[in-house]
Design a protein around this ligand. Structure first.
Ligand SMILES: C[S@@+](CC[C@H](N)C(=O)[O-])C[C@H]1O[C@@H](n2cnc3c(N)ncnc32)[C@H](O)[C@@H]1O
Length: 213
């Protein structure tokens, strides 16, 4: 029996999201609802690894992924060593949810609206997240919707949990610093991911008061 075959399905190597089948799924989702998909193809592996690799995974608690799509960032999180059972994903597209549940049976996949996160995740997050990783196409939504995602994410995370966001825009889709509700935060921008098509930027937002009560 090969090494791969001897592993349980959840331990097997994950598809990167760049397979032709995933490209086709993604294009279909974009074609049906361009304003929700926000891109015509999944993120490439360099972008996915940048998203997954820019925060501390130590500590107990889930990693919350918003807008996982076909799962390229999810794959990179698992590749980094995060147990699948620590992943909580919020995805609006039911077809993607079915796919994600097949691929990541130990993860929690919630079909719902990430722009109303506290309600969508009611009862699903007994332990605060150690990080929130978002691929939501924020630029397609008005500023107050974007701010609410950030505020709700901070509320669902530990005080030191970063909110990681990518965008194809040159400017941050969120104010670089300020208040999300009454939570003060700032941010840093990572070097551009030029090897993604199209090139992308990743921002990491952090609460200013990070004491853990
Ligand atoms: C730009 S794609 C990124 C997908 C994937 N993470 C990647 O990097 O290829 C945005 C994803 O956000 C999802 N999405 C859009 N609006 C959403 C919402 N309100 N709630 C949850 N997911 C949403 C889309 O269905 C899509 O899967």
């Amino acid at each position: 029996m090969s090494n791969l075959a001897s592993k349980r399905p959840s331990q097997q190597r994950r598809p990167s999201g760049s397979s032709l089948a995933d490209q086709a799924r993604f294009f279909k989702s974009w074609f049906e609802n361009p304003g929700r998909a926000g891109a015509i193809s999944p993120s490439g592996p360099f972008l996915a690894r940048t998203m997954a690799g820019c925060f501390d995974i130590a500590g107990e608690g889930p990693i919350l992924e918003l807008g996982p799509g076909t799962g390229p960032v999810t794959a990179a999180l698992i590749e980094r060593g995060i147990a699948e059972s620590r992943l909580v994903m919020v995805e609006y597209d039911p077809t993607f949810c079915t796919l994600l549940r097949e691929r990541y049976p130990e993860a929690k996949v919630i079909q719902g609206d990430a722009y109303d996160l506290m309600k969508t995740l009611e009862g699903h997050m007994p332990v605060p997240a150690v990080a929130i990783v978002s691929s939501l196409p924020l630029l397609l939504r008005p500023p107050h919707d974007r701010q609410r995602v950030l505020e709700h994410s901070f509320r669902l995370g530990r005080p030191d949990a970063p909110y990681v966001q990518f965008s194809y825009g040159l400017k941050s889709p969120l104010p670089r610093s300020g208040l999300a509700g009454d939570i003060a935060y700032n941010s840093r921008r990572l070097p551009p991911v030029l090897l993604n098509v199209p090139p992308a930027h990743v921002w990491v937002f952090n609460r200013l008061q990070q004491e853990i009560p």
